[in-house]
Design a protein around this ligand. Sequence first.
Ligand SMILES: *Cc1c(COP(=O)(O)O)cnc(C)c1O
Length: 424
Amino acid sequence: MREIPLSVPNLNIETADNLRKCAETGWVSTGGDFIPMFEEKVAAYVGVSDAVACQSGTAGLHVALRLLGVGAGDEVIAPTLTFIAAVNPIRYLGAEPVFMDCDDSLCLDPVKLERFCREECHLEDGNLINNDTDRIVKAVVPVHVFGNLADMEAIADTAARYGLKVLEDATEAMGSFFAQGRYAGRHAGTVGDLGVFSFNANKIITTGGGGMIVAGESPSAESYTRQARYLTTTARDDEFFFVHDAVGYNYRMLNIQAALGVSQIDELEDFVAIKRNNFAVYEECLRDAPQMRLLPFREGIRANKGCYSLLIEDEIESPHISGADGYSDATQCDVRDARGISMSDPAGNRRDRLMKSMIAEGIQCRPVWKLIHTQKPYAEARAYDIDKARYYEKHVMNIPCSTSLTEDDVRFVCDSIMKFSRSL
Ligand SMILES: *Cc1c(COP(=O)(O)O)cnc(C)c1O
């Protein structure tokens, strides 16, 4: 059987050579030349003056939130439709998430964000206070889902008006940048106060595991990156005499991780080109698929198109999603919760049935994430008017997107989708 995985890393022989260098020189841990080399390459690529390499995207988000002043008893606004690692660091710091809906880009809904700040909170001495809980809302964490970009202009405006810090979870968006508008030319992760990338094996480039913290144009940018480097390396004030003036973390990227990174980043643009080309093939082949369509990426951006999401509607409801291509109508979408349907149908809804058929055929597919506000650790957390996310949760599945996929592989996947879609 022809097996097609969802997403596999694409490592070349140079990475093996670099790893050999680490082994031969003994520089395998948190010191060594590959780390600053990788930091410089990432900084140059995304157009910032400094980048701080750490052991994972999660570690980067943890440190970044701390640098933005998030602490015990604070609240942080975060999306419910995303990977849970985007939210866990809020709890690491003793703060609480407030979950926000998505718009049709699957990213944080800027309209609801503004409405929440305006209607559910008030300003007091420059702090945004949640009327219900009396806690300070410190920051917002937009996630650039699947390489798409959140509506950062609107989010930044709201953040500025209400004194929120902005941490961009750009873990899935290395290679995505704004092509038009206020941020034209600026990369994901570089328009908020801080941004974090991930190099986990399922991301567009990988170091096995790894992350990178970058600062945007905040006046504190230089201090943020200096502090980030300090906190990720156990807060060493005098390395020789073991002086530590703060509680730091052992979060520094390893030289063996960076050894992969320096070679991977040279291939990033090629990977983006492959991802974008394969997306176009999917689009063409699935144009006539009944009651399903590939979710488009936002207009006015150059997306890395890191993951491909297929939206599969159910017969009964066929929601009318407007403004799908540019998200211009995001607020007027008429989407309904379809949980009733999938619950009453033991075989699942059309999405679930298609997914099962595809997997049985050797083609790996996965549902989009289970909403975080419905997960055990966050069941008691606050969630604000979650609506679209519940629809997308039940109707989106991710289809194979590796950079090693050939056009022929993509057509094979599409043939299979078309075959099953007729009998769902
Ligand atoms: C991958 C990912 C993370 C975490 O990155 P790691 O490097 O795996 O720790 C955080 N948020 C989102 C949205 C992710 O996809």
